[in-house]
Design a protein around this ligand. Structure first.
Ligand code: GLC
Length: 813
């Protein structure tokens, strides 16, 4: 890889060249504060909502400026006397430079003119603050007297308004240097009755000799950040700011004897409570306290990331599942709804968060449960649910054309998460918990999920399929049903899957009436889908308002919609005699070196009966990109029908470090996190380019695909089911997984070179029948050995057993 590599232990990604083809980001965060930081310190931070309490200005991916810079002025140097450790914004060549992204921190190190420096950026464990731990060393033989200037550019408010009305918004700006606390404090004067200001702060552990809050005074008239007037001058002008663009810059002197190292700290953040600033600053304005905080953060991540652990013959897969993909899962679960690709949006998406819950269940149950309860509360009495929610700005439904639902599928994701929660915990009491609906009334959790199913079932169109409204999973099918008639085949399948999950739950609870209802609904829908949704060799995507078939062989573009094929498998609607035809299409028509495309060919021009999917450049986003989220569905679908080699093939292609993504001039984006998509074959020159990293539903699905399906340590009502689906070439693989109060260390042996089927299974050396481990709940670690092969005749399927009802079964036989 040209621009960087992983450290030996995989826990750091070392960017070796600052000019990566796109900014390569890390996400640093706690429960209330999020810092998105690129390899040069670019990006932005915010409190609680990415739109509302935005701390920094950040222009765009293409410039990755401004950022959190440390300017250094060395008056004795003959050239490059002004530079930054960051490389940005001047982008001049430094003697050395590297950036290490890791879990909970990012360190940029550089040297120039005999000065070596590093900044470690991290976010406090609990406070709305980020800390820069800076170290400077004089590697020359002469004494050095340096001027240092930590710098940020501030918004301190609503980024969407700032983007639209910058010249007005700046009139509310108010920044001062608070002498008593030696900190710049900046905010926007309230300008709407509901406006609650966010107070930005910026302080240093060094003695502050001067400061600047006015951007124009700092950069100079028509000036730029790469060589600001303020740094050229002997001293910063020392101006507060009222009614202009704001920056926060502090000037201090650092004197270094030959060989000497000095450290200092910069503390910054944004809070709703101005009175909290002095204590926040005090808490971290010490090198020792900052170091202590950092070591606790590192320990936190070590602890959290090592809960679930896999060891397979594929080091790349191990790296993503154990470390980077899992860290990404935590990051997006906290901060769904934003990324450095999403300019001015706030809040979190409902269905995305439902999927995150399923991902988090095995590694952070408490966080998953908290999310789940909120999602349940965000459901309407009708059974539908909000499209998204923000901690600061409440919820929204995105009503488009009057009376037409925007995202028709939101509610379908809730039953999956609730059922997964019960399978993970065995906690059926949770189903009795009464939680209010978002609009009116309240109901038990069980009733909530029944309403989800019944609501979507009730909102169907002329073919008997669920109405698509303004979109289903595919946000960009947004003209398919905006007259209120279009129907989604995919949503029909998703509903069948929900019915089946709820039916299994009802059987487990002994609720025969609901089990029966769910069976009837799923049978009815399955019949309809197979009758009207089958297009000869594959399933359609949708019928639009005019009854036109979307995704059909009769269309020139947009054929073979991947999700309708994979969900035909996930929902079990596809009859055996159709399965092979559909698989052939996925494997031989849609597949690419990066995974299967969302459909093919891409749309080339706007189609008013389909929507903006057809307006995206061919091959990008929902217009037939290799959309990783959909590819992850495919991996799980393959595992459900035991196509282990095909599942692993797609899993491997999706890896950000896959064979086909080694050329970063082509792939461009971070090689250590899942990307939302790779540009598809519809774009001749950009095919293979990655995009929209970090915030993607791929993250929970790939994690679940690896742990629950490929390694096959899968939650189930009565215990932990061991049902691996590994490539035939793997001789052995391991997974450690906590489950209901015990830890299972599972070794899968594959002497016969098969890919699935459990021939033998022992727990703590004692052979047991069947492949379901009864929960021990004793806080201990249990060793499980699994030998793959043909299941013995005394192994009945866990499903047959489950049908026998409640917890009456102690072992499988
Ligand atoms: C984005 C959205 C997700 C949606 C998908 C396809 O990933 O976050 O909710 O399903 O795009 O449109």
């Amino acid at each position: 890889m040209k621009y960087g590599h992983f450290s030996k232990d995989g826990r750091e990604f070392i960017v070796t060249h600052p000019n990566t083809p796109k900014p390569w980001f890390n996400y640093l965060f706690n429960d209330i504060y999020h810092c998105l930081i690129s390899q040069t310190g670019g990006g932005f931070s915010y409190l609680r909502d990415p739109k509302y309490y935005r701390l920094h200005r950040w222009d765009h991916l293409s410039s990755d400026r401004p950022g959190r810079y440390l300017y250094i002025k060395d008056a004795s140097a003959k050239k490059h006397s002004v530079w930054t450790l960051n490389w940005q914004p001047s982008r001049e060549k430094l003697d050395a430079w590297e950036c290490r992204h890791s879990f909970g921190c990012t360190t940029i190190s550089a040297s120039n003119n005999g000065i070596k420096g590093s900044i470690t950026y991290f976010v406090a464990k609990q406070a709305p603050a980020e800390i820069w731990l800076v170290s400077l060393t004089n590697a020359t033989r002469a004494k050095k007297t340096l001027q240092v200037y930590p710098f940020v550019e501030l918004i301190a408010g609503d980024v969407a308004l700032e983007t639209h009305y910058r010249n007005i918004l700046c009139l509310y700006n108010d920044a001062v240097f608070d002498k008593e606390h030696q900190a710049i404090i900046a905010f926007k004067q309230p300008f709407k009755s509901w406006h609650k200001p966010g107070y930005a702060f910026f302080a240093s552990s060094l003695k502050v000799e001067s400061y600047e809050c006015r951007r124009e005074a700092f950069v100079g008239r028509y000036g730029e950040l790469d060589n600001p007037d303020g740094v050229q001058a002997k001293k910063l002008a020392g101006s507060g700011c009222r009614g202009e663009d704001m920056v926060a810059v502090l000037q201090s002197t650092v004197t270094l004897q030959p060989g000497e190292t000095k450290q200092f700290v910069v503390v910054s953040g944004i809070t709703e409570n101005k009175n909290e600033i002095p204590s926040l600053v005090k808490r971290f304005r010490s090198v020792d306290l900052a170091k202590k905080e950092l070591s606790e953060i590192k320990a936190y991540w070590k602890r959290h990331l090592e809960q679930v652990w896999i060891e397979t013959p594929d080091p790349k897969m191990n790296l993503m599942v154990n470390l980077w993909g899992k860290y990404q899962l935590y990051a997006i679960t906290h901060w769904r709804g934003t990324s450095h690709y999403h300019g001015a949006e706030g809040g979190q998406g409902y269905r995305d968060t439902c999927q995150d819950v399923e991902g988090l269940l095995s590694s952070d149950l408490e966080a998953a449960r908290a999310k789940l309860e909120r999602l349940i509360f965000y459901q309407y009495e009708s059974g539908h649910a909000v499209s998204g929610f923000s901690e600061v700005e409440g919820t929204w439904e995105n009503q488009g054309v009057a009376g037409v639902i925007k995202k028709a599928d939101v509610a379908v994701w809730l039953p999956y998460s609730v059922v997964a929660y019960v399978k993970e915990t065995g906690d059926t009491e949770f189903l009795k918990k009464v939680i209010p609906f978002h609009d009116k009334g309240e109901a038990t959790v069980y009733e909530h999920i029944l309403r989800s199913v019944r609501y979507i079932y009730s909102a169907r169109g002329q073919h008997g399929l669920p109405l698509i409204g303004h979109a289903d999973w595919n946000d960009a099918y947004d003209h398919v049903g905006n007259k209120g008639k279009g129907e989604s085949i995919w949503l029909g399948m998703a509903l069948v899957r929900a019915c089946k999950h709820v039916k299994e739950l009802a059987e487990f609870l002994g609720d025969t009436a609901v089990a029966h209802e769910m069976q009837e609904k799923s049978d009815e829908l399955t019949a309809i889908i197979n009758e009207v949704g089958w297009d000869g060799s594959w399933y359609l995507a949708a019928f639009n308002d005019d009854g036109r078939r979307i995704g059909s062989q009769e269309n020139k573009e947009g054929k073979v919609p991947l999700n309708s094929q994979t969900w035909a498998i996930l929902s079990g609607v596809v009859p055996p005699d159709r399965l092979q035809r559909l698989l052939d299409k996925i494997d031989h028509y849609l597949d690419t070196p990066y995974g299967p495309a969302l459909f093919l060919p891409s749309y080339t021009t706007f189609n008013p009966g389909i929507g903006r999917v057809s307006s995206f450049a061919p091959g990008t986003k929902e217009n037939a990109a290799v959309f990783s989220h959909a590819c992850a569905f495919k991996v799980v679908a393959d595992c459900t029908i035991k196509r282990a080699d095909q599942a692993y093939d797609t899993f491997s292609k999706l890896l950000p470090i896959s064979e086909a993504k080694q050329d970063h001039e082509k792939y461009k984006v971070e090689p250590y996190v899942w990307a939302e998509y790779v540009v598809g074959p519809g774009s001749a020159d950009r095919f293979g380019e990655g995009s929209f990293t970090w915030n993607t539903g791929t993250t929970p699905w790939m994690y679940v695909a690896a742990t629950e399906w490929i390694l096959g340590a899968r939650r189930d009502f009565q215990g932990l089911l061991i049902d691996p689906c590994i490539p035939k070439t793997w001789k052995e693989a391991k997974i450690r997984r906590p489950f209901r109060g015990a830890i299972y260390e599972i070794t899968i042996k594959n002497p016969g070179g098969v890919s699935s089927g459990v021939a033998r299974l022992s727990v703590d050396g004692v052979e047991q029948r069947g492949n379901l481990i009864q929960p021990h709940g004793d806080g201990k670690t249990h060793r499980v050995e699994v030998v793959l092969g043909k299941a013995g005749s005394n192994h009945s399927s866990h499903r047959a057993k489950r049908r026998m009802g409640k917890k009456s079964i102690s072992t499988l036989s």
